[in-house]
Design a protein around this ligand. Structure first.
Ligand SMILES: *Cc1c(COP(=O)(O)O)cnc(C)c1O
Length: 453
């Protein structure tokens, strides 16, 4: 009988996160103060984050212990299964071996609780009363709302207007966990009011919602802190539990990946599965190809320049060197809501710059097509974001077929699409269109970037 899934017992769950900063051949470029353009220190971030997370953000320790209380929560759904996609392989008639790590088994349905839980924990430890955050499609907001409920924190979520209107079920989930959800741009903050004054009908963007949440935290006098669901170094580190588990599970399968594929919005689920394998590659003999797949409509990694930029629209955040489409970027209303951020994690941008990873952009119709193929073969409806990883894995499997190569492909199925069925309805009704982010827009984004000497 073919083995279908590789499961690790709770006792074998990794008890440390992997920190790539210990092994980078060149360190990350410094993060700069938005006013002075000088490298920032821990004190600059203290109004926004608890000290433990600030330390993790800049740590060069290779492994960081996962606190006992966080492990306890993780164990509700971890270790997550690694599946061998036998039926998909047969459907594609490929000699490739396809494996996927399934993060959709978390209570919120994606990888996001892997970082929401430790973020809530460290904030609670440091006496914070409330967390403010933004959410696009609602996956991050619902994960943080859940984590806040576990640790007795209040949770204030600024939800991008277009999703707030289109995704009532994600909003209901956040409210069920006890969070307060506000459509962004909102009249509650200066940043929101500034946008509304110019564009009363603004559909919002992650960049605007981040400005609102950051403003709420920064002006709270310390009782409210801010939480971000992707992009930051500590967030990517929390996600490495995915790859650490996958290493052990593939060992059970007696295989090692020739290719690893992940989708990239801000870069966290991609980094989570990839970084532990990249460490193994840098240590020695493994030659794994690592592929990031992003939406053609928001192509930060493939088309955005590597430059210093703000993390938000109102320019409240520090300046980070990253592949960016510009902090003013307002994406078209296509459906992979979680992949609509203007920038890419500094770590992922840096790895691209070092040629340690490949990147490609895919239009959404090809991604939905791949997602439905996957669903019919494997029975899991992927989140629209995850369809980009499915597309990348299927394309690699088809290349293997054409070349007659039995390579091993691993991809991250970072979430299920049960709250995204409207997107599938629209796709099946032929209502979705491809959209390529125009070159002129990219040029305009470039023009709006801060001038760092
Ligand atoms: C948030 C989200 C993403 C995008 O964020 P990353 O930080 O790039 O992982 C992708 N897929 C799902 C299912 C998400 O919830």
């Amino acid at each position: 009988m073919d083995t279908i899934k590789y499961t690790l017992p709770e006792e074998r769950m990794p008890t440390a996160w992997y920190n790539i900063q210990a092994d980078l051949p060149e360190p990350l470029p410094p993060v700069l103060h938005p006013g002075t353009h000088q490298p920032i220190g821990p004190a600059d971030l203290a109004p926004l984050f608890p000290m433990e997370l600030i330390k993790q953000e800049v740590s060069t320790e290779r492994y960081i212990e996962i606190p006992e209380e966080v492990q306890q929560v993780y164990r509700q759904w971890r270790c997550t299964p690694l599946f061998r996609a036998h039926r998909l392989e047969r459907m594609l008639d490929t000699p490739a071996h396809i494996y996927y790590k399934y993060e959709g088994v978390s209570p919120a349905g994606s990888h996001k609780p892997n970082t929401a839980v430790p973020q809530a924990y460290y904030n609670k430890q440091e006496g914070v009363r409330k967390l403010a955050t933004e959410t696009g499609a609602g996956q991050w907001g619902s994960s943080l709302a859940m984590a806040c409920a576990f640790f007795g924190l209040e949770c204030d979520v600024y939800m991008v207007r277009v999703s707030y209107d289109q995704k009532p079920y994600r909003r209901a989930l956040m409210e069920a966990f006890g969070a307060r959800v506000t459509a962004s741009p909102s009249p509650m903050t200066q940043s929101g009011r500034a946008v509304l004054a110019e564009h009363p009908d603004s559909s919002g963007s992650l960049g605007i919602a981040i400005s609102e949440a950051v403003e709420v935290a920064a002006t709270s006098g310390g009782t409210i802190k801010y939480a971000l669901g992707s992009v930051l170094n500590h967030v990517l580190m929390h996600q490495t539990i995915i790859g650490e588990e996958a290493l052990l599970q593939l060992e059970m399968a007696g295989e090692y990946p020739d290719i690893i594929v992940g989708c990239t919005g801000g870069g966290s689920n991609f980094a989570g599965i990839v970084l532990p394998f990249l460490a193994a590659k840098w240590r020695g003999d493994r030659n794994t190809r690592i592929i990031a797949v992003e939406p053609a409509a928001c192509p930060s990694l493939t088309k955005g320049p590597l430059a210093y930029d703000y993390g938000d629209t109102a320019k409240l955040t520090p300046l980070v060197k990253m592949n960016t489409l510009g902090h003013d970027f307002v994406p078209p209303g296509f459906h992979a809501g979680g992949l609509r951020y203007h920038g890419m994690a500094s770590i992922v941008s840096h790895l691209k710059h070092l040629d340690a990873i490949e990147a490609r952009a895919e239009p959404q119709l090809r991604c939905f097509e791949a997602g439905l193929m996957f669903a019919r073969a494997e029975g899991i409806i992927p989140a629209p974001e995850a369809n980009h990883a499915v597309r990348g894995a299927i394309d690699e499997a088809l290349r293997c077929k054409a070349e007659g190569k039995g390579q091993t492909i691993l991809f991250n199925l970072c979430g299920h699409g049960h709250f995204d069925m409207q997107a599938y309805i629209d796709y099946q009704a032929g209502k979705l269109q491809d959209y390529e982010y125009p070159q002129e827009e990219i040029a305009m984004a470039l023009a709006g970037l801060p001038n760092i000497g």
